[in-house]
Design a protein around this ligand. Structure first.
Ligand code: PLP
Length: 396
């Protein structure tokens, strides 16, 4: 595997474009100097359109889960009633964080593989008019399902207008449209290692004006994660603590590539890659795990077929350089996941499908050579916008 890079098809960390890798190898700079200040401003301003907000964004050195913790501890107080809507393991995690800090959490669990239903949320909130917050997952990476956030948010707004809507979009934002202000969402969390084409280490968190004002009264304990100190420092071009500067360089370069490509083209590329992934896997005889009405556009989950020795099959794939993700939590051993977010191209997806096809044929599964690749290629070509696609960062 020395001469070839693996086809890293997990839903984060995602593969880095060459210029992002170079950016991460730069010499350190003073994080209290003008160069850092300019870079921080560029990032915070440049990322706002992807959140769909004009409100303030904070950038913290932490994993995505630290961003979720920040969303909770900054806006809530112990004893607050919270509805934790979960459609998979990341939804469970979000609710768990709230519970650990003393919120009075009611869980609403969808069957894994399905999106949350607006009617069920509405009904549950009817019994908790004093709800202070509702927790939602935008893109549930563990099941490959994307929740219809505008629909869910509007149901929440109608039923409990004062409840804050906190959204985990760690694996969605940057890859698909998001309109935080227009949809009435209060806090949105994302992470550098997903759509942003950078290494893990930074979490970007946007808060609505009413979420920022809730922070003045919220009583959950917080120090490092206090978003107010991050906002104050950012106004002076700084972070309150030493940031992961190498990752900041990378996010800065990743955003530059994204601005070059343009949001519409990025979203179209993700749609094409998702369509190719679904069509290719289906043509290989893998049943897709998610409800077809709410497929994720950044990760596709498929059932491990009865009789397939997944460990051996996946071992073959790994040897040849295709890295897939297994199932999480109760889906361990039952599904596998193919990530298609960040710097992904349709050709990389076709490559992954070709490798899955070869391994399928070798393991005796009834597959026609080239059929799955053709199905994936057709799906990508049929997906709108694909013809304007170019490789991020190249103009040749
Ligand atoms: C990756 C991911 C997270 C967690 O990110 P970490 O950086 O591993 O903490 C949270 N939510 C979702 C939906 C994710 O995909």
């Amino acid at each position: 595997m020395d001469r070839f890079e693996p086809n890293l098809r997990i839903p984060g960390p995602t593969a880095l474009p060459p210029s992002v890798r170079t950016a991460g190898a730069r010499q350190m700079i003073n994080h209290r100097g003008p160069e850092f200040a300019a870079m921080l401003k560029r990032i915070l301003d440049g990322i706002k359109p992807f959140f769909g907000t004009t409100s303030d964004v904070a950038m913290l050195t932490t994993a995505g889960s630290g961003g979720l913790e920040a969303a909770i501890v900054n806006t809530l107080s112990p004893g607050d009633r919270v509805l934790g809507v979960s459609i998979g393991s990341f939804g469970d995690r979000f609710a768990k964080i709230a519970g650990i800090y003393g919120a009075d959490v009611t869980k609403l669990d969808a069957e894994w593989g399905y999106a949350a239903a607006a009617d069920e949320i509405r009904e549950r909130l009817r019994g908790m008019p004093d709800a202070k917050a509702v927790l939602l997952t935008h893109n549930e990476t563990s099941t490959g399902v994307m929740n219809p956030i505008p629909e869910l948010a509007s149901a929440i707004r109608e039923e409990t207008p004062d409840a804050l809507i906190l959204v985990d979009s760690v694996s969605g934002l940057g890859a698909v449209p998001f309109e935080m202000d227009a949809w009435g969402v209060d806090v949105v969390v994302t992470g550098s290692q997903k759509a942003w084409m950078a290494a893990p280490g930074l979490s970007m968190i946007a808060a609505s004006p009413r979420a920022w004002s809730a922070m003045e009264h919220a009583r959950m304990p917080r120090f490092y994660l206090d978003l107010r100190s991050h906002r104050e420092a950012a106004a002076d071009g700084e972070t309150p603590f030493t940031p992961a500067i190498a990752v900041v360089f990378q996010v800065d370069e990743g955003l530059r590539l994204m601005q070059d490509e343009g949001a519409e083209a990025i979203f179209a590329r993700h749609e094409a890659c998702a369509a190719a992934s679904r069509a290719g896997l289906a043509a290989l005889g893998f049943e897709l795990f998610a409800d077809e009405r709410h497929y994720s556009r950044t990760v596709t989950a498929a059932n491990v077929p009865d009789g397939l020795d997944w460990k051996a099959f996946n071992g073959t794939l790994k040897e040849r350089g295709l890295v897939l993700a297994g199932g999480q939590g109760k889906l361990k051993g039952r599904i596998f996941r193919l990530g298609h977010l960040g710097s992904v191209t349709v050709e990389e997806i076709l490559g992954a499908i070709a490798m899955l096809e070869a391994a399928s044929i070798e393991s005796g599964r009834p597959v026609e050579p080239g059929a799955a690749v053709a199905a994936a290629q057709r799906a990508a070509l049929a997906s709108k916008g694909i013809f304007s696609m170019s490789v991020a960062g190249t103009t040749a």
